[in-house]
Design a protein around this ligand. Structure first.
Ligand code: S3P
Length: 178
């Protein structure tokens, strides 16, 4: 099986859906941020602080090219991964891309917690009003990339085990029909 790439904005459910899909279809999950962190012995936050975002994007592209060569894997990308270089075209060539498309309301619910912010340098210092504005603007800029994914899946409903299970079941049906 060619890789399945889960893409979408921060908080859209790439990790949650990635873990659940991995268990459901019995394929390994690779989280691109974690892969980068293991290779560089630094958190994404530290890489941003030490090297800056431009360098992070280069590292991210290089690591994407490594993991895209693996077979039988699900790759949970970072929120920005498809939006730099030719990454989205590259992923479309290498495997099946899935855009996890969550509503602004769902994104706000998931990203406005202190825990969610502390891991994500891009939103760490934003209050809730600024965050809503920031997400709206970022989605406008990123949608042209996200919408190039082969599959578009509504990931707004991942609030409990039942919703996650139902979502994963429908996504795996979509993937089978692909
Ligand atoms: C980013 C999203 C993050 C991480 C980095 C940049 C972005 O990944 O790659 O902080 O530009 O949207 P998650 O979407 O997994 O939070």
């Amino acid at each position: 099986m060619k890789p399945i790439f889960l893409i979408g904005y921060m908080g859209c459910g790439k990790s949650t859906m990635g873990r659940a899909l991995s268990a459901f279809i019995n394929k390994e999950l690779i989280d691109l941020d974690h892969f980068i962190e293991a290779r560089y012995h630094r958190s994404v936050k530290e890489i941003f602080a030490e090297y800056g975002e431009d360098e992070f994007r280069k590292i991210e592209r290089n690591m994407l090219h490594e993991v895209a060569e693996f077979e039988d894997v699900i790759i949970a990308c970072g929120g920005g991964t498809p939006c730099y270089f030719d990454n989205i075209e590259y992923m479309n060539e290498k495997g099946t891309t899935v855009f996890l498309n969550a509503s602004l309301e769902a994104l706000m619910r998931r990203l406005s917690t202190a825990k969610a912010k502390s891991k994500r340098p891009i939103i760490a210092d934003k209050n809730n009003d600024e965050l809503a504005q920031f997400i709206t603007e970022a989605l406008e800029k990123r949608m042209p990339y996200y919408s190039k994914a082969k599959l578009n899946f509504d990931s707004s409903y991942l609030e409990d085990g039942v919703q996650i299970h139902d979502s994963v079941e429908s996504l795996s049906k979509m993937l089978k029909e692909e």
